[in-house]
Design a protein around this ligand. Structure first.
Ligand code: ADP
Ligand code: MG
Length: 778
């Protein structure tokens, strides 16, 4: 059944060539006990390794059951070793981190025998060698003879046709040797046993046939066998180690060196820890920024001002920069701001469009109107002109000029508070402000005094009300609440002088008495400490008051005169470009607002509102489009970008330690490979493929990488507590560092993948190890 034909094998080391097998031809019977005798170095082990498929011959042929092995592939040899051959070595070669029973089962792991069947066969084999009671022990708890029995049990568990024993009693005393020989003799009843020995007495006593070896040649054969017929019935079952078995094998190995594993895992988890902590902190800061900004900026209005910067057109016209020097001319160009400046022509239909905004997205809209309020105060009979403005009343600038200046800088800090589109969503004032005194305004003629969150009010606005004020003067609420002011119609306020110019009349009690009365009903301040100042400090009033003033003055004499005139009817001077329109607005002759501010309900709604505003411009000519300014978006993206950048840099630094740990794992795996050379040899002798060996080591790094990842995340999580208390002490921000579960899981996966990568190369190296050399290594 087993036939060696003119086998030759030589080893080349440097220039020296050793002929280990020199034209060996021999045949073996299906069942016999053959002893190979010969001096050391005569090629006995080489022949056994070649017969067992652990080593390859140079020339000749090895014929198994009539089948030549000349065209065997690597996988055929793997299957042959696993199915047909059992090995017993002088040094037992048991795997020290596996229990006896697991050692015996190892070969069957590779041949896809079910766990139950595997266990049963292993126990049968242990019974056969008389070691059933020791099956849960570890190899180092057994005597030499017992270990050799385990090795024999492992070799026969898969019921191989050929049992190859390389000096099985070489390390045993005589008495134990005899017991082992008895055992092998018994096993040879069912199979071919080829045993190499140094001991001619044992050979003579137990073997049926003795072959003498010298210098790689057969000297003599006590019972030669001439192969009669070639019965080609050779079949092999492919071997394969499952991932699960690879993991189990690696796990038991890892468990034998817990301390070292823990240290390694900790070292390689440092990278994960630093990245996780950086992410947790930046995550937390981003959240803090988002909520703070969300609170402050969600309320930040979208402004539609008389003129806006059109960012889309700012960079539109780009002159070619090619060949500029040689052009021979220069080009006149508007500056970028001018190019981008867009005049918004707000029309009544646009105002109607704004009124239809979904109150779910933006409930509050405020309209900027430049209608001049002709105001009087009555300080115990002393009637004075006053204004609701923050500009210095002592400076000489006219009220009208200041109005237009105020308009151009319009944005945040308006003195007109927004109107609510839907009443049941709550009013703007109640949402953003708190009452210090008085009651919330109800009527168009109700005024409020707005303080900031330090309870201060712009000194000019108080001066403008006709109050006597010095810096830092304190006002009691009661002195302010219920103050009355008068809103005078243009017709009562102005008079036409013979030159055709309108000038304000002298103030009088009757002018005051006949005017509409306004009342200061409340003093308010922002609700949240950190919220944005949406209204400027001083007097604020509702749009209804502006509308009331327009209603009173639309058809006043001065308004009518200005409509017809081509000069400024208040000064008699010629009108500058666009000036007529603003004077008409100031006189209340026009009901169209000059500006609109829309307050989104929250951050997400803002996009919906912007979409709605964009829709208005669809299909409209450039000059008819309305361009809005959304300052809040500029602010958030800026800070968000900055934090993102810092985070990226920190993560990059932390990643370096991750790479370091990956290299470390590589080195560690390599050490493990060196340590486990024997085991690799044994696995190969049992029929493991290269792939299976790689798998075992990959499994080990997989376990290590996952463990390091999990350990890193746990440590990082624990670290967030002291970090948070430190940040709290430094900045008053609570719970900043928060580990995002998605980041945590991703980092564990990254750690696993990186360690797998780092360990894979040494694992491949392990797989390439020559089994024959591996097993010779001591
Ligand atoms: P035996 O088992 O009879 O003592 P071996 O088969 O181990 O002899 O060795 C036969 C010869 O081949 C010896 O000279 C040995 O030095 C040589 N040899 C065996 N393996 C190798 C190897 N991997 N590289 C180089 N020489 C080897
Ligand atoms: Mg030998």
């Amino acid at each position: 059944m087993l036939q060696l034909k003119n086998l030759r094998k030589s080893y080349h080391v440097g220039d020296t060539v050793t002929k280990a097998l020199d034209d060996v031809s021999i045949s073996f019977r299906d069942r016999e006990f053959v002893a190979i005798l010969g001096p050391s170095g005569s090629g006995k082990t080489t022949m056994l390794n070649i017969i067992g498929g652990l080593d390859r011959y140079d020339s000749g042929d090895l014929v198994i059951n009539g089948k030549s092995t000349k065209n065997f592939k690597e996988t055929d040899w793997d299957a042959y070793r696993n199915n047909s051959v059992g090995f017993v070595f002088q040094s037992y070669n048991l795997i020290s981190h596996l229990s006896i029973i697991n050692n015996v089962e190892l070969g069957m792991n590779l041949s896809g025998v079910s766990a139950k069947e595997r266990h049963k066969r292993a126990i049968d084999a242990l019974i056969e060698v008389g070691l059933k009671d020791h099956m849960h022990k570890n190899p180092n708890q057994l005597s030499g003879g017992q270990m050799q029995r385990v090795a024999i049990a492992r070799a026969i568990a898969n019921d191989p046709d050929i049992l190859l024993c390389d000096e099985p009693t070489g390390a045993l005393d005589t008495e134990t040797s005899v017991q082992i020989m008895e055992l092998i003799k018994k096993l040879s009843k069912d199979r071919l046993v080829i045993m190499v020995t140094h001991n001619p007495d044992l050979a003579n006593e137990y073997a049926n046939r003795i072959v003498n070896f010298q210098d790689g040649k057969i000297l003599n054969d006590s019972d030669p066998f001439a192969e009669t017929q070639e019965d080609n019935d050779f079949q092999l079952k492919r071997t394969k180690m499952s991932y699960w078995n690879a993991v189990k094998l690696s796990f038991t190995n890892i468990m034998t060196k817990k301390g070292r594993t823990l240290l390694t895992a900790f070292a390689s988890s440092i990278g994960i820890i630093s990245i996780a902590v950086v992410l947790a902190i930046s995550n937390g800061f981003q959240k803090q920024i988002d909520t703070t900004m969300g609170k402050a900026l969600a309320k930040y209005p979208i402004a539609i001002t008389p003129s806006a910067t059109d960012l889309t057109s700012a960079n539109q016209r780009k002159l070619s920069t090619k060949n500029v020097k040689n052009r021979g001319y220069i080009t006149a160009e508007k500056d970028a701001n001018q190019q981008a400046s867009h005049t918004n022509k707000i029309t009544q239909s646009y105002v109607n469009y704004i009124k239809k905004i979904n109150p779910e997205y933006a409930n509050n809209v405020s309209y900027q109107r430049s209608v001049n309020l002709n105001l009087l105060s009555n300080n115990s009979g002393k009637i004075k002109r006053i204004q609701f403005s923050n500009s210095d009343p002592d400076s000489s600038t006219s009220a009208l000029a200041m109005r237009s200046q105020a308009l151009s800088t319009m944005g945040i800090g308006s003195s007109v508070f927004p109107t609510s589109l839907s009443k049941n969503k709550g009013s703007f004032l109640k949402q953003n402000y708190q009452l210090l005194a008085g009651n919330w305004p109800k009527k168009a003629t109700d005024l409020v005094l707005v303080a900031d969150n330090r309870n201060t009010v712009n000194i000019n606005s108080l001066k403008n009300l006709g109050l006597s004020v010095k810096n830092n003067k304190k006002f009691k609420y009661a002195d302010l609440i219920n103050q009355k002011f008068a809103l005078v119609k243009n017709n009562d306020y102005y008079q036409k002088i013979p030159t055709g110019i309108f000038v304000p009349k002298k103030v009088s009690q009757s002018m005051y008495d006949s005017a509409t009365k306004l009342k200061l009903v409340a003093v308010i301040r922002p609700k949240n400490e950190d919220s944005m100042q949406l209204l400027s400090t001083g007097i604020a009033y509702s749009d209804q008051l502006s509308q009331l003033a327009i209603k009173l003055n639309r058809n006043s004499e001065v308004a009518k005169a200005q409509r017809k005139s081509s000069v400024n009817v208040l000064t008699g001077q010629n009108l500058a470009k666009n000036e007529k329109e603003s004077i008409l607005q100031a006189l209340g002759a026009s009901s169209i607002p000059t500006g609109i501010m829309i307050y989104p309900n929250d951050f997400d709604s803002k996009d919906k509102v912007l979409d709605y505003l964009d829709k208005w411009n669809d299909g409209k000519k450039k000059k008819d489009q309305i361009i809005y300014t959304d300052l809040s978006s500029a602010v958030t993206t800026m800070t968000g970008g900055l934090l993102g950048g810092i985070t990226t840099i920190l993560v990059a630094f932390a990643a370096i330690s991750l790479i370091t740990s990956m290299i470390m794992i590589g080195i560690l795996t390599y050490t493990s490979v060196l340590e486990r050379t024997k085991e690799i040899g044994v696995l190969k002798a049992l029929g493991a493929r290269k792939k299976d060996i790689t798998r075992v080591f990959d499994a080990e790094t997989f376990i290590l990488g996952t463990f390091a990842g999990v350990l890193g995340i746990v440590i990082a999580y624990l670290l967030t507590f002291p970090i948070n208390s430190l940040i709290y002490k430094l900045t008053d921000l609570a719970n900043v560092a928060q580990l995002n579960p998605v980041h945590a899981i991703s980092l564990i996966i990254i750690s696993t993948i990186l360690t797998l990568l780092g360990g894979h190369l040494p694992a491949r190296l392990a797989a390439k190890k020559d089994a024959a050399i591996a097993l010779r290594s001591e």
